[in-house]
Design a binder for this molecule. Structure first.
Ligand code: SF4
Length: 359
């Protein structure tokens, strides 16, 4: 029976030895009664696997959409952002580890129904709601219900995810998502195995699925960690893969690492590394390559892929200059910019505003 925060799930099956295997993500946790999966928010209760934190959140905040990061999806607009607790990867460098590694339900201090979230987003003039801070793959049922409520009220839904999910639940999930930023954490199985406790191949599969088989707008983020995933060779391979397997118009964001969680022994990423990566990715053919987390006017700017003039200039998350027509075309040469645009940009700026939920 469903209670307030515990709901039935359907991506699991029973094994011959009596354990239940969760089929939501490629970790395939095999659970005895009373056990929780690695993500901690899903667990076996009697004869089924349930999601145990439906409607619970670690807090709500209104962010600029550029912070997700999404630079080609309704630029300048505010997005109501929230996450839950737990994660299905175990990245040693996690920049949100207080949320993602939480085993404490008291981190989940706020609760909100999908309708309450939407009414809060509407009251604050948000254009969308984002599932972020931790991976929405693990709160699949809640995220889908919120996305459905968004669409009933003219809002967009945004997933920020590592893309570590099995094909069937992925198909259901992305039917309801308007935009996604997927972390492509590196381009080697070694990195995924040693540093994240996962695998690269399912993530590449998710990227191909989203780009080729859904209408979800896709951008990709790679956090560069000195000495781990920042070699010229790896950056070139990753960029070439995006260019050839997806499209040269998928935006790629290189962001800077700061020492955190279990990776305090690596230095922060210097700006020169982000700029070098951006140059390599552009040489490989990608048309929209951004740098993030550090001030870099060139790396924050959207250039027209046809005439190379600046179309959207930013300082961090703030839009400084806008040279698109109301139809989303370059004002100078008429090229249609890839993405989703309104006739004028939003003016939310770089604010980050914690909010409480409308009851
Ligand atoms: S979603 Fe959670 S319980 Fe299911 S396989 Fe992944 S980590 Fe394990």
């Amino acid at each position: 029976m469903d209670t307030n925060h515990s709901v039935s799930t359907h991506y699991w099956h029973e094994l011959d030895n009596g354990k239940l295997q969760c089929d939501l993500c490629p970790r395939f946790c095999k659970l005895n009664d009373g056990q929780r999966g690695l993500c901690f928010v899903r667990g076996r209760v009697g004869k089924e696997i349930r999601m145990l934190s439906y409607g619970l959140s670690s807090g709500f905040c209104i962010d600029p959409i550029e912070k997700k990061p999404l630079n080609h999806f309704f630029p300048g607009t505010p997005v109501l952002s929230f996450g839950t607790a737990g994660c299905n990867l175990a990245c040693r460098f996690c920049q949100n580890w207080d949320i993602s590694k939480s085993r404490e339900t008291d981190r989940l201090c706020d609760s909100a129904s999908p309708e309450q979230l939407v009414s809060t987003a509407v009251a604050n003039n948000c254009r969308s709601i984002a599932f972020t801070y931790n991976d929405p793959v693990i709160f699949h049922e809640y995220a889908i219900d919120v996305a459905k409520a968004c669409h009933q009220h003219g809002l967009q839904s945004v997933a920020v995810s590592a893309g570590y999910v099995c094909p069937k639940p992925r198909e259901e999930f992305y039917q309801h998502m308007d935009a996604a930023n997927i972390d492509l954490k590196a381009f080697t199985e070694r990195f995924y195995k040693k540093i994240c406790g996962g695998e690269l191949a399912p993530v590449l599969d998710t990227l191909e699925y989203i780009h080729h088989q859904t209408d979800t707008w896709l951008e990709i983020t790679t956090l560069l960690i000195p000495g781990e995933n920042d070699s010229d060779r790896e950056i070139a391979q990753l960029s070439r893969w995006i260019c050839t397997q997806l499209s040269d118009e998928v935006p790629l964001h290189f962001t800077a690492f700061h020492p955190d969680w279990k990776m305090l022994d690596h230095p922060p990423t210097p700006l020169e590394t982000l700029q070098r990566a951006r140059m390599i990715a552009r040489e490989e053919g990608l048309r929209f390559v951004y740098t993030g987390n550090l001030p870099d006017p060139e790396g924050n700017t959207t250039y027209c892929p046809e005439c190379n003039r600046p179309l959207i200039k930013r300082a961090g998350y703030m839009i400084l200059d806008w040279s698109l027509t109301p139809q989303g075309c370059c004002r100078y040469c008429g090229h249609q910019l890839a993405g989703r645009f309104e006739p004028t940009p939003g003016n939310w700026g770089s604010r980050r505003l914690p909010v409480s939920i409308n009851r």
